[in-house]
Design a protein around this ligand. Structure first.
Ligand SMILES: [Zn+2]
Length: 317
């Protein structure tokens, strides 16, 4: 039962109250009816302030507990507006844009919200790519792309998988990797592509074990210039050029290393739904996934992976 507003007027009518937002979240979170997170029992009754009490163990919980909306000091209505705005942006959302449209006082609030929402863009347990899939790795930023200034030489390696859909591109997956070794590439393939699929790569030795890992490995060797890659693995390279354009356009080409994975997730979320005619459906997916993602604090977003954020940035050209 995919039930979502189809346009802004429907959205405004539908989510005009806190109660309406809570109700919607409730149905997306427990589509088969409420289950107590502690004892798994189904009977419960509503309490004031959006709480619910389990009839079995008396445990009290709320529809936002254990989701990205947990402990939020702002209304669900504002969150819903943010999610609507994020999903109608064709080219991705910027923190400044979100701050303006919601009238948020602090830029940091908009930034944190976007990062929380980006975490919800990857569906837990999402399906693997299958059929014929192109895989290649590429650098974002770096000297050879004609960078100037003090960020010279700051590069990030990403690996991209693009499913073939006739001559077109089907779904994609991408991730930041430490290096182009088999130890970095194979786990990405295993987590992104279903066994039995045809994986099409260039002759790089990091991919050579693929044939022994349950895949049909198809290799196209690149003779001479690396530039020919765009013709041999056209889908991956088309995705990479769209990604670079998006990072340049929406984020002014400056995205920090440690947050790059989340930008990649947002790009993937939008790309995989680019043919989806209804923005409302994207909104529905985002709310649904937001209700299934663990809460995360501002501190954790800022300090993830590295103990202190570094001013270093990936410059995309
Ligand atoms: Zn219970």
């Amino acid at each position: 039962m995919e039930d979502y507003p189809r346009n802004l007027s429907e959205f405004e009518v539908r989510f005009a109250s806190e109660e309406a937002c809570r109700e919607y979240l409730f149905r997306l979170r427990w589509p088969d009816g409420f289950r107590c997170p502690r004892c798994g029992q189904g009977r419960s009754w509503p309490l004031r302030g959006g709480l619910r009490q389990c009839a079995g163990c008396a445990y009290q919980t709320s529809v936002t507990a254990g989701t990205i909306f947990q402990d939020t000091r702002t209304s669900l209505q504002l969150w819903f507006r943010a999610m609507w705005w994020v999903t109608i942006q064709k080219n991705g959302a910027s923190a400044l844009g979100l701050q303006r449209v919601l009238g948020l006082r602090r830029y940091e609030t908009a930034w944190t919200w976007l990062h929380k929402l980006r975490r919800a863009m990857v569906r837990p347990g999402r399906g693997l790519l299958a059929g014929r899939v192109e895989v290649d790795e590429t650098y974002l930023g770096g000297e050879e792309e004609g960078l100037r200034g003090r960020h010279l030489g700051t590069k990030t390696l990403i690996v991209v998988a693009a499913q073939e859909d006739g001559p077109r591109i089907g779904r994609i997956r991408m991730r930041q990797i430490a290096d182009a070794s088999a130890e970095s590439l194979l786990p990405f393939v295993a987590e992104s592509i279903a066994p039995g699929s045809v994986v099409h790569t260039d002759g790089w030795h990091g991919y050579s074990p693929l044939g022994t890992k349950g895949y049909v490995h198809e290799v196209t060797k690149l003779h001479g210039q690396k530039k020919a890659a765009s013709e041999l693995l056209p889908r991956v390279h088309r995705v990479v050029s769209l990604l670079k354009r998006w990072l340049m356009g929406t984020h002014q080409g400056a995205v920090s290393h440690k947050h790059l994975d989340y930008y990649l997730d947002e790009f993937t979320f939008r790309f995989n739904r680019r043919t989806c005619r209804s923005r409302g459906k994207l909104f529905y997916r985002l709310v649904q996934q937001a209700a299934a993602v663990e809460p995360v604090s501002y501190e954790k977003i800022v300090h993830q992976r590295t103990p202190r954020p570094k001013p270093q940035q990936v410059r995309v050209t």
